[in-house]
Design a binder for this molecule. Structure first.
Ligand code: AMP
Ligand code: MG
Length: 410
């Protein structure tokens, strides 16, 4: 693929990237309790009808309409509980006491809820008109045996897994997890817990990426901190590529003298693009290694986390085989204060959205928007997305906001 020299718009970058990604295909069968967050590899079909038998939707009385015609009270001839069906003879002119979920006795036309019945000495009287089929849940009404319950490519959560359990299925076929390798680059980086030398800082990006990868359901291969040394970096690239579907590094993608990432990507694979018209996050490299995809995040921690969120997250979703991933929702809000912005790049400022006194959505900036101010993520609950050609925004102007998802506590 051709190397693109200018700044490329985010949408173009996303399209280029996502159109090339082919989802993983290997499948495994795992217990439901282990399957939260995994993606179905095959459609789930039902081996049974749900409900499995006609049953009562209410606590009340099972009746036959012809027994009600005379209007006389009906003696109770037996009881049906959930898990304990009535299986005796049901004499004409009587009713059966029945509880919610109990199979309705053979011949039942309707169930009358107990609130609409009066118990007298001679039997039960029914106050309201009784309609055929009322309060009876029919076999197969929810799901038919053999019917499709879930498509392939569905992410399994507490909305889907209990449904599978209700079919009596103990295991589900899912796609294997995406394997993602991560490393940080920089001679200045140090591990938290060790003292800092002159000019050193603590490595924050690898933790950010590692955590988000886990939250997105990946198997993480963490290769640690790699020095700004072409040999060490080459070895890390090769090691990561041999183990992962996607390799994510941070730092070294700018144009400084110790920025070797792009050079190595050209040598070991191909560069798709590496300069985006977004802020923060301009130096984001995407490309291909021998076995894996490569994403080179910028070194500045805000830029690294933001480009991971906006670009790597959808890439991983595509790679994971998840289907039907919509773009994240955005809303319009009035800005409370002035926002600094120069035309030329799509800007993702960190904002706090809230309902104003007039009930309308409003948003305020977290303050300093520098790409080293990581605390802005923790204060914020949304991105303020400012269009590429827009300049400064005045207080009271309308802007687009994108609420944070679970990666940032949304
Ligand atoms: P680079 O892209 O390598 O030139 O890095 C840009 C800026 O981000 C520099 O100030 C680096 O010190 C800083 N930086 C790079 N990697 C990390 C990291 N893993 N954690 C925190 N800061 C970093
Ligand atoms: Mg560096």
């Amino acid at each position: 693929m051709e190397f693109t020299a200018g700044l490329i718009p985010l949408e173009t970058a996303m399209e280029q990237m996502l159109s090339r990604i082919v989802p993983v295909t290997e499948s495994e069968s795992i217990p439901l309790l282990k399957a939260c967050g995994r993606i179905t590899s095959h459609p789930v079909t039902s081996p049974i009808d749900v409900p499995g038998f006609d049953n009562s939707a209410m606590d009340g009385y099972a009746v036959r309409l012809q027994d009600l015609a005379s209007g006389t009270a009906l003696p109770v001839a037996g009881k049906a509980f959930a898990g304990q069906p009535f299986d005796g003879e049901w004499p004409e002119g009587t009713c059966i006491r029945i509880m919610t979920g109990a199979p309705v006795p053979q011949g039942t036309d309707a169930v009358v809820m107990q609130e609409e019945a009066t118990v007298t000495e001679s039997g039960v009287r029914f106050n309201e008109e009784v309609k055929n089929g009322q309060n009876v849940r029919l076999r197969g009404e929810d799901i038919r045996q053999g019917g499709n319950v879930l498509p392939a490519g569905k992410k399994l959560t507490a909305a889907e897994l209990p449904l599978i359990a209700s079919l009596g299925i103990p295991e589900v076929a899912v796609l294997r997890k995406v394997r993602a390798a991560v490393f940080s680059t920089g001679d200045e980086l140090q591990l938290p817990g060790t003292p800092l030398g002159d000019g050193q800082i603590y490595d924050t990006n690898r933790l950010a990426v590692h955590i988000m990868l886990e939250q997105l359901g990946c198997d993480v291969i963490d290769l640690g901190i790699i020095h700004d040394d072409p040999e060490a970096l080459r070895a890390a690239f090769i090691e990561a590529d041999s183990q992962a579907d996607v390799v994510i590094s941070s730092g070294g993608v700018s144009v400084g003298e110790a920025d070797y990432t792009k050079q190595l990507l050209e040598e070991l694979g191909e560069v798709g693009f590496w300069k985006l018209a977004i802020k923060p996050g301009k130096p984001f490299a995407f490309g291909r290694l021998t076995n894996s995809w490569f994403c080179g995040l910028p070194g500045n921690p805000v830029s690294a986390a933001l480009t991971f969120y906006q670009l790597v997250q959808p890439l991983l979703a595509r790679l994971s085989g998840e289907q039907g991933n919509a773009l994240p929702p955005r809303q319009r809000a009035r800005t409370v204060g002035r926002l600094k912005k120069s035309p030329g790049r799509l800007d993702f400022q960190r904002g706090i959205m809230r309902r104003g006194e007039d009930g309308q959505l409003e948003v305020l900036s977290t303050g300093h928007q520098g790409s080293h101010i990581f605390s802005s993520f923790s204060q914020a609950n949304c991105f303020i997305v400012l269009e590429r050609e827009r300049g400064h925004v005045e207080a009271g102007d309308w802007v687009e906001v994108e609420p944070f998802n679970h990666l940032f506590g949304g």
